[in-house]
Design a protein around this ligand. Structure first.
Ligand SMILES: Nc1ncnc2c1ncn2[C@@H]1O[C@H](COP(=O)(O)OP(=O)(O)OP(=O)(O)O)[C@@H](O)[C@H]1O
Length: 325
């Protein structure tokens, strides 16, 4: 029976200390420390090849660490205590094509030895939650998004305290991504969700906490807002809005000599598609603001807005990953 298993009191949902994985001469993970609070939605972010899948495989006891430790709800990966407490969905969940979604979930319930009454309640609940209740098709006829949602439902069958998901949205179209992200939001507070991704907007949308993995190392970790504030400062970004967007952009990007301040802008982008506000990346925010104000004046343009922009997760990510190379 699964009823006896429980988390170690006071233990975090997930913790790794100096987790290291070597493949021959290559360090896929290099001293990774993670701390995931219970009840949070935690984004494990990294570019392709950063080491996310390797870390998840170690957490699930599908691979062995070269050194370091990992604990899930206070227990060792793969231990008899931890298995009933966690749910896992790989990036490409596979199912027998002849089964229906309902049968897949019933089979998973059997594997977890759930009581029949629990299975009768839980299976339709999960089919509802994942939007698969009205589907009669066999899994072989499912779309990629439907498979991903069924994978999630399967991972939730045992009402896990910790859900581990490897790139749950990366193969999905925008509608499928939205459905999965909404699902993760619904789980907030009930189940700890730890998911890997290279999609920054997904993390910004649903995560409380984040770790950024770069070349096998944690480059930043903490609450999303703190990570943005703490690591977003290496370069500054200013928002400037005038009545002459195009002329200002040209002057900012002019290689030298044109206008009062050309040459100091490292990058110029629209704040949003079609917006007349520009986001200007500079080395020094105060100096940059003074130069932009002077430049706007010299163009005879009207200045509506000139302010520093809070770093987005993308700014942080790009700066950290570029900085590490
Ligand atoms: N079985 C293996 N043998 C040798 N090298 C491996 C093995 N598995 C992973 N690696 C290497 O370890 C590094 C980390 O890979 P990993 O798959 O963990 O990254 P990832 O962040 O999950 O990337 P992706 O998003 O592309 O899946 C990569 O350089 C990869 O080539």
């Amino acid at each position: 029976m699964t009823g006896a298993a429980s988390a170690v009191a006071g233990a975090p949902a997930l913790e790794t200390r100096a987790l290291t994985k070597r493949y021959g001469g290559r360090l896929a993970l290099d001293g990774v420390n993670l701390h995931v609070e219970r009840g949070s939605v935690f984004g494990f972010l990294g570019a392709n090849g950063a080491g996310k899948t390797t870390a998840i495989r170690i957490l699930l006891a599908l691979a062995r660490a070269s050194s370091g430790t990992a604990r899930l709800l206070g227990h060792a990966p793969g231990s008899a205590e931890v298995r009933p407490l966690i749910g896992y969905c790989p990036d490409v969940p596979g199912f027998p094509s002849w089964m229906t979604g309902r049968e897949v979930l019933e089979q998973a319930a059997t594997l977890f030895q759930l009581p029949k009454s629990t299975t009768r309640r839980r299976v339709p609940e999960l089919l509802d939650l994942t939007g698969l209740a009205d589907t009669r098709a066999r899994v072989g006829g499912y779309s990629r998004g439907m498979r991903q949602r069924l994978g999630l439902a399967q991972a939730l069958i045992n009402s896990p305290q910790l859900l581990v998901l490897d790139e749950p949205t990366s193969a999905l179209d925008p509608m499928g991504r939205r459905a999965v992200l909404e699902l993760l939001t619904e789980l907030k507070g009930q189940t700890t969700v730890f998911f890997s991704t290279h999609l920054l907007p997904d993390v910004e949308r649903v995560c409380d906490d984040v770790a950024i993995l770069s070349d096998g190392r944690v480059a930043a970790e903490g609450p999303l807002r703190e990570v943005r504030a703490r690591f977003g400062g290496s370069r500054g970004r200013l928002i400037v809005e005038t009545d002459q967007t195009e002329r200002l952009r040209e002057a900012l990007l002019a290689p030298s000599g044109v206008g009062a301040g050309s040459g100091f802008a490292l990058d110029v982008a629209e704040e949003a598609p079609g917006s007349r506000a520009l986001v200007v990346t500079v080395d020094d925010v105060e100096d940059g603001a003074a130069r932009i104000a002077a430049l706007v004046g010299s163009l005879g343009a009207r200045l509506f807005r000139l302010e520093p922009r809070e770093a987005s997760l993308e700014d942080v990510f790009v700066d950290l990953v570029e900085g590490a190379r």
